[in-house]
Ligand binder design. Structure first.
Ligand code: NAD
Length: 261
């Protein structure tokens, strides 16, 4: 498969799953707009590395996914500089672990903004161009938590369930426009997002680091293994292929069997 001449915007792609997806799409020939935060030298290394390794164009947008105007400007700049946005991957996301009655309201608002509303603003900006070309792929990194809940993750679970509903709704709206809209729902993938939630989970549940990894995280996954970012990326690449043209409105699990239980 070749994604040559396609342009992909991947939100939250300076790290973890998003970076793996960006690199996998670039390997297939797509031009890439990276997005996300980080040390300038790390971002530049990721950006120039993609250009060098895969021979594609790669830019970085610093757009903050809590800011609708910056999201719209990111899509418009990608269209202006690279000619179109053919593939949109809504991947930016954060986590916060706390009981509902202690959950800081500002964290609730931030998670809803980054993990859910940013996808809405990116979709509404990108869909007209995809409709005009009669081709588009919209993929959102949801989560096993778009299908089932865990205690102490109220905002995350609410946002991810919402992302599934948003994605299905848009899938129906653009079903005849050559645009597919899907969610990928990983279980635990070993990334900074997972590593950083270990201390708060230790506190919320009164457990050691090893107990959180083995008795909370891997306990959820019958295979007892973490999912690899590259595996999630391979599924995203497949969803961009012609063979996946009839997969739309789907929420595909890649979770070691978690949501089968
Ligand atoms: P990560 O922390 O490695 O990456 C998150 C990315 O989002 C980074 O590039 C970060 O800079 C970016 N980001 C954060 N806030 C932002 C903002 N306001 N504006 C723009 N970018 C912002 O995390 P990850 O594990 O790779 O997670 C990526 C996605 O996968 C998230 O949506 C997450 O919910 C989802 N997910 C992760 C797992 C997992 O186990 N790691 C499981 C299921 C779903």
């Amino acid at each position: 498969m070749s994604l040559k001449s396609k342009v992909a915007v991947v939100t939250g792609s300076t790290s973890g799953i998003g970076l793996a997806i960006a690199r996998a799409l670039a390997r297939e020939g797509a031009d890439i707009v990276l997005n996300g935060f980080g040390k300038p030298e790390d971002i530049e290394a990721a950006r120039s590395g993609i250009e060098r390794e895969f021979g594609v164009r790669c830019a970085h947008s610093p757009a903050d996914m809590t800011k609708p105007a910056e999201i719209a400007a990111m899509i418009a700049k990608a269209q202006a500089d690279f000619g179109s946005v053919d593939i949109l991957v809504n991947n930016a996301g954060i986590q916060f672990v706390s009981p509902v009655d202690e959950f800081p309201p500002e964290k609730w608002e931030q998670i809803l903004a980054i993990n859910l509303s940013s996808a809405f603003y990116a979709m509404r900006a990108a869909v007209p161009g995809m409709k005009a070309k009669g081709w588009g792929r919209i993929i959102s990194t949801a989560s096993a938590h778009s299908k089932v809940a865990s205690p102490f993750k109220s905002a995350y679970v609410a946002a991810k369930h919402g992302l599934d509903g948003l994605s299905k709704t848009l899938a129906l709206e653009v079903a005849r426009d050559g645009i597919t809209v899907n969610c990928i729902s990983p279980g635990y993938v070993w990334t900074p997002l997972v590593e950083n939630q270990i201390p708060d989970t230790m506190k919320a549940r009164g457990l050691t680091r090893e107990q959180v990894i083995n008795d909370v995280m891997l306990e959820a996954q019958p295979t007892k293994q973490f999912v690899k970012p590259e595996d999630v990326a391979a599924l995203a690449v497949f969803l961009c292929s012609d063979a996946a043209a009839q997969i739309t409105g789907a929420n595909l699990s890649i979770d070691g069997g978690w949501t089968a239980e």
